[in-house]
Design a protein around this ligand. Structure first.
Ligand SMILES: [Zn+2]
Length: 169
């Protein structure tokens, strides 16, 4: 399993794309996902994930206008609300280390995983700092916060729409 430690994310993502069914590294188990496709998507942490779609749907229902994946902004935020100068990241609890039950650490290759998680967390902090410097408000929504539609709407109302709601009162 030595190559797993050295393979770059990109190489591993590609390997997933071409349908190699071998697990790139021990992480969330394939059985944990509903289908091979959703498992593969989670491995490459691609766009348009289920949690992301839930956030879009909730934002849309609240009448908030947003744009997706602005590549010209640090970290390519998942959603951007230009009228509120707010960038939203929808983060997987496992990959981005939410303080919740989903953020397990695999029992083997612990060094590999800890280094990887550390890189992810640092990158996230860096992106937020860069965005703030550019005048953006940043909001992070965790995967586990997207399961309950009502709670998610409340969260968006509070974190994204708060400004306009205050004006309306
Ligand atoms: Zn979580």
């Amino acid at each position: 399993m030595a190559f797993h430690r050295t393979a770059s994310d990109r190489t591993r993502a590609k390997r997933c794309d071409v349908g190699n069914s071998k697990r790139p590294a021990p992480g969330p188990r394939r059985e944990d996902y509903l289908s091979h496709r959703s498992w593969t998507m989670a491995q490459v942490r691609s766009k348009n994930t289920k949690p992301e779609m839930a956030v879009r749907k909730a934002a849309h229902a609240l009448g908030l206008r947003f744009r997706l994946h602005r590549k010209d902004l640090p970290g390519t935020p998942d959603l951007v609300f230009p009228a509120r100068q707010t960038a939203v990241f929808v983060h997987g609890c496992f990959w981005h280390r939410h303080d919740c039950v989903r953020a397990t650490t695999p029992g083997s290759n612990v060094d590999y995983w800890e280094a990887k998680f550390d890189r992810n967390v640092r990158r996230d902090a860096h992106n937020v700092a860069d965005l703030r410097k550019l005048g953006w408000r940043c909001v992070r929504i965790w995967e586990c916060e997207t399961k309950d539609v009502k709670k998610l709407a409340g969260l968006l109302r509070q974190k994204v729409a708060a400004k306009s709601l205050r004006i309306r009162k």
